[in-house]
Design a protein around this ligand. Structure first.
Ligand code: PGA
Length: 302
């Protein structure tokens, strides 16, 4: 069955008016042009849509059934046109953002601000560690990602927007809590609670320690920043975390930051997307929003 959208429109108009003449007027066509469209449609369907009895035309049974489908198809077409129209604007549409778990501590605030300014945008947020975030980018799932410095192998367009300093945290009663300029040698007898493999924070910590030829002792491996912080509070050891994750605990003095020489490990946060990805106006607006909200600084992050 080869019928065109135009034929469906003509058919719907004739069926509504039950008149070729009035349908032609409505569609600004000649009456023979309308008859021709209907004839072509009937011959490709293989059934008559109308029957003429006396001076009046009626829908056949097939015509009746076809009219239901024609109206459904036209409604879908209108909905599609509306949605495409929305997508051309930057204040609506859907936005899929994937963020590294550590970014979650400030990203929700960013997204809330963006959402307040663009209430019609439907945002979905995917929070995961660096490794699974990279595999999601590889699968082209998110529009944008907020993450630590992306690896060069994955073809990404990325811009940094905010510092991400990594510090060593301890419980407030730790003997090193009041010591100044702690050296890594001072830390050699300490144990560290570490994030799960796949965490960007953990990779950066291990790279920093390796650069300093320091081999740390691991007490426990825990999944996610919250578990790590609780582990430190419970006395399981020290930990290297992003300052973004411990603002509250430091203010409430549930944890302290150790003054380790050479720290913080200065990283940056990046907003990234796959090279070649056609960002929707909404995604582009969010990218600009993140860059504007962030702090300018050097891009030499780890
Ligand atoms: P993560 O953060 O430790 O939550 O994976 C990502 C990163 O720091 O690159």
């Amino acid at each position: 069955m080869h019928i065109t959208i135009r034929q469906l429109q003509v058919f719907e108009a004739v069926a509504r008016h039950l008149s070729y003449t009035r349908a032609a007027e409505e569609l600004h066509l000649t009456q023979p042009a309308v008859s021709m469209q209907i004839k072509q449609m009937e011959s490709s369907i293989g059934l008559p849509m109308f029957e003429q009895i006396g001076k009046k035309i009626y829908l056949t049974q097939a015509g009746d059934a076809m009219l239901v489908h024609a109206r459904t198809i036209m409604r879908h077409l209108e909905a599609a046109a509306e949605e495409m129209n929305d997508l051309r604007g930057e204040d609506s549409g859907r936005l899929r953002v994937a963020i590294a778990s550590t970014v979650n501590y400030f990203a929700t605030r960013l997204l809330a601000d963006f959402s307040r300014k663009n209430p019609a945008v439907e945002i979905s947020l995917d929070v995961t560690n660096r490794e699974s975030l990279l595999s999601r980018l590889e699968a082209n799932l998110p529009d944008l990602a907020l993450m630590g410095k992306p690896p060069a192998e994955l073809d990404l367009v990325s811009e940094s927007f905010m510092d991400n300093p990594l510090i060593v945290i301890a419980p407030p009663d730790h003997p090193l809590a009041t010591k100044r300029q702690i050296s890594l040698v001072d830390l050699s007898t300490e144990h560290f609670v570490v994030r799960e493999p796949g965490s960007g924070t953990r990779v950066a910590m291990e790279r920093f320690f390796a650069d300093q030829e320091f081999s740390y002792q691991k007490s426990m491996e825990l999944m996610g920043n919250e578990a790590v912080k609780q582990g430190v509070e419970a006395g399981l050891g020290l930990a290297v975390v992003s300052t973004h994750t411990v603002e509250q605990e430091l203010t409430l003095k549930r944890l302290v930051k150790l003054d380790v020489a050479g720290m913080p490990i200065m990283r940056r946060w990046y907003v990234a997307f796959r090279k070649g990805k056609r960002l929707s106006p909404t995604a582009e607006a969010f990218r600009r929003f993140v860059l504007e909200a962030g702090t300018r600084g050097s891009d030499a992050g780890r």
